[in-house]
Write a protein that binds this ligand. Sequence first.
Ligand SMILES: NC(=O)c1ccc[n+]([C@@H]2O[C@H](COP(=O)([O-])OP(=O)(O)OC[C@H]3O[C@@H](n4cnc5c(N)ncnc54)[C@H](OP(=O)(O)O)[C@@H]3O)[C@@H](O)[C@H]2O)c1
Length: 268
Amino acid sequence: MLSNKIHKHFENKVIWITGASSGIGRALVIALSSVNCKIFISSRSEEKLQATIDQCQDNKNNNIILLAGDLTSKQVNQEILQQIKQIAGKLDIAILNAGSCEYVDIEHFDSALFERQMNTNFMSMVYGIEAALPLLRSSADAQLIGMSSTAAYMGLPRAEAYGATKAAIRNMFAALRVSLLPQNISSSVICPGFVETELTAKNDFDMPAMITASKSAEHILKGIAKHQQEIHFPKRFSLALKFIASLPNPIISWFVSKTILKSNKARI
Ligand SMILES: NC(=O)c1ccc[n+]([C@@H]2O[C@H](COP(=O)([O-])OP(=O)(O)OC[C@H]3O[C@@H](n4cnc5c(N)ncnc54)[C@H](OP(=O)(O)O)[C@@H]3O)[C@@H](O)[C@H]2O)c1
């Protein structure tokens, strides 16, 4: 349930949400479906995007529009934004959330995995930003939102590729929030801890402070409404990681090997 203030922020806005066919993206669409706004949703699976729409009880005015495609293609991003322009004539908020997580097996270090992760998580976002910026520039209250992760805060074993893509996104947004300000585009990066989704269902290790996808959607929409530069949650987890990441490198490495590496080894 969104507060009146958050509800008001999204009213009459045109919003594009990527990765909306499951998990956090789907939860964002469901939460926003009670607001009078137009939402364009994208991911590869048309069927799963339709399932997202079917789960929105408040889509009476057909305000949620499905635009499926593989976002690792620059062309697909351009075509989606062309359609948004034709249908809505504007774009106020782009929430670039699509992504995947593949873990590195250090015994079989594979550059193809890094390439896939960079394409899915980072390059798809870069193509999305390139396609969305011209429309965002003509909005009076434009917001560009990118999905990173608390995995961006420090190097974690097995997340050498995933973490690198999320650190790249967080770094890019630190620059964008300064360079886009003169163009009146506000930007935020999202750094969630563990959220219960298809992505984390594959994890075989302990996931402390895990929250539901609908709770994560509440945090994200509240952060967007407040124009927070970095939306991180749950605080008990994200603040602890930020603190550890601020310590000297040898202490971080000691902590990671004593906790995460030990927990990984116990499962092998
Ligand atoms: N869950 C967590 O704990 C957590 C924590 C921090 C950050 N995140 C980030 O949050 C985002 C959403 O993750 P989630 O947990 O909600 O996972 P999810 O349930 O697996 O959702 C991932 C979404 O991305 C879409 N996607 C993947 N590859 C795509 C591609 N090539 N083109 C278009 N869409 C693509 C998927 O749709 P299709 O398969 O239909 O394409 C799906 O809608 C990701 O960027 C993830 O890294 C998640």
